[in-house]
Design a protein around this ligand. Structure first.
Ligand code: Z5A
Length: 210
């Protein structure tokens, strides 16, 4: 008898503050992975089209829509749980999955509002663990000047500073790879993002379970 062993796909999360270029870099990474022969799937959080995602979208875009910070937090987490089985299934099929924001945004934004960090993290425990988290960051606050900034609820410079401090609490995790984007064009950031990915996949993939 012959046996066919398929290795699971790689799980990559792109994280960062608002307007740091997450969506730009996610698109670039996906194209490059596809050119490299990978079967790639993108999941963007919040995933605004699901039952819970629709409520989150209203919350983010309609400033008259009221939710307690705790409720909003749990909805963002529940939105990830809506997609968790799909992520496991895609990885099992050998697909490379790229997440545009994930658990780390969830914890950073809510704890920046004053909720306890550990409380914020706990509903996400058990979600698929990324092999690499590529964290786009500014040394300076250049991103607050970028086009479109300020359109949604959280895009206020002072608040972004608090979010940055919370994000940094993940920097001790072995899957955490910071990429400084200050003064770099899209191509240059793209090269650094690609290097984070290739470095991460040099090692054998461990369990994806948290
Ligand atoms: N949130 C939360 O609270 N809890 C959670 O669990 C999750 C999220 C998952 C919406 O997220 C909000 O939800 C978000 C966090 C919170 N807070 N806010 N606001 P979102 O991901 O849907 O929305 P966003 O953060 O505003 O993402 P974005 O608009 O998609 O921005 P981006 O992806 O980081 O940036 P971009 O669209 O790729 O680029 C922004 C601009 O910069 C654009 O004009 C680019 O052309 C330009 N750009 C990109 N790269 C460069 C370089 N290198 N140089 C110069 N210009 C550049």
């Amino acid at each position: 008898a012959s046996y066919f062993f398929m290795t699971r796909g790689t799980l990559i999360a792109i994280e960062g503050l608002d307007r740091t270029g997450k969506t730009t870099q996610t698109t670039k990474l996906i194209n490059r992975l596809a050119q490299d022969g990978k079967d790639v799937e993108l999941i963007k959080f919040p995933e605004r089209t699901t039952a819970i995602g629709k409520i989150i979208n209203t919350y983010l875009t309609d400033k008259t829509f009221q939710l307690s910070d705790e409720s909003a937090h749990l909805l963002f987490s529940a939105n990830r749980w809506e997609l968790s089985q799909k992520i496991y299934d895609l990885l099992d099929q050998g697909k490379t999955v790229v997440l545009d924001r994930y658990v780390y945004s969830g914890v950073a934004y809510s704890s920046a509002k004053g909720l306890l960090f550990d409380w914020c993290y706990s509903p996400d425990i058990g979600l698929p663990r990324p092999d690499v988290v590529i964290f786009l960051k500014f040394k300076e606050e250049e991103n607050f000047e970028r086009e479109g900034f300020g359109d949604e609820r959280y895009e206020v410079a002072e608040f972004q500073q608090k979010v940055k401090i919370q994000f940094e609490k993940f920097s001790g995790q072995d899957n955490w790879k910071p990429v400084f984007v200050d003064g770099k064009n899209i191509e240059e950031v793209g090269e650094l993002v690609w290097k984070c990915y290739t470095d991460a996949t040099k090692q054998a993939l461990g369990p994806v379970q948290n």
